[in-house]
Ligand binder design. Sequence first.
Ligand code: PMP
Length: 344
Amino acid sequence: MSPPLAGGVSWPSLRLDLNESPYPPLPSVAAALQHEIPESHRYPDFLPDRTRGQIACHLGVVPERVTVGPGATGVALAVLQYAVRRAVDAGVGTPALLTSTPTFDGYPILARVVGMRFGAVDLDDDGSVDLDRLFGAITPDTAVVVLCSPHNPTGAVVNGGDLNRFLAAVPPHVMTIVDEAYVEFSETASDLHRLIRNPGVVVLRTFSKAYGLAALRVGYGIGTTEQITEVRGHEVPFAVGRAAMAAVPVALDAELELAQRVRSMRGERDRLTDMLAQMGVRVVPSHANFVFLPGAEGVAVGRMLRGIGVAVKECGAAGTRITVGDRSGTDRVISALRLTSRSA
Ligand code: PMP
């Protein structure tokens, strides 16, 4: 139960802190999941090779260039495990993961799990990944650089030309994870086929965000056959469940419905951005399904929203991230801010 708002109004809590889709699974995906429930006493495939083949076919690459795991998080773990082994074999004592912060909370945890040192540089003032700063922080101990585009929590994208120049310059002892968990929301197309020409790159994608299947835990990585063969050595048996395996081909087939949902989520994001801007709140232009309110003002707005039952993500002192929900979610955020600013 949320605390009452000014004027005695009280609303149920609203979850806008995990960048989830506001939509339930598409009807075709829900039907496939229903069909799978009676089979729950049976194991899934030992390794997700069928799913790998389906994703590869959808992307127009050979299956040898795809690895599948329990969410992009699971795939990132496999990449980091491989990167550690590669660095240790090359004589590095404590391999390091280098990225830009604030970022997805999973990365410092995964670094710890695999025994990597977590190193980070700041984002640009406009919330973008600062490629020069990142490049300048690479050392002989850097085993992997993680670069998110769109970036979580700001929604900024890395320009394709700049990214290709960065990747061409990265020394060969460094692997690069290009985390595209939110790529479907971006108007700036990512050139996957160009990206995976770089020998040290693994691109991460997921069914958790635009496809709205966060609970199923399925994501994938794409890279060169050589890198992916190594990463697949860290795929965990039975880690991708039956429900996820049943949903993937159906979700991939539902391109038109996905496009429609993405269009409406982008529209809602732009409406939320405009309304916040009209209220004088600073918002970073976002290419994802969330918006970022930077600085102390953003932190204060976030605290206000949490105080009235709207869960949003506080990113330290850097600001607050608000996931874009459906139309009623946006209306609630805006009405709550209007009411609280009136009663302040
Ligand atoms: N990468 C980024 C940048 C994310 O923000 C998230 C989830 N918030 C993930 C990866 C993890 O996604 P998944 O649910 O596929 O593990």
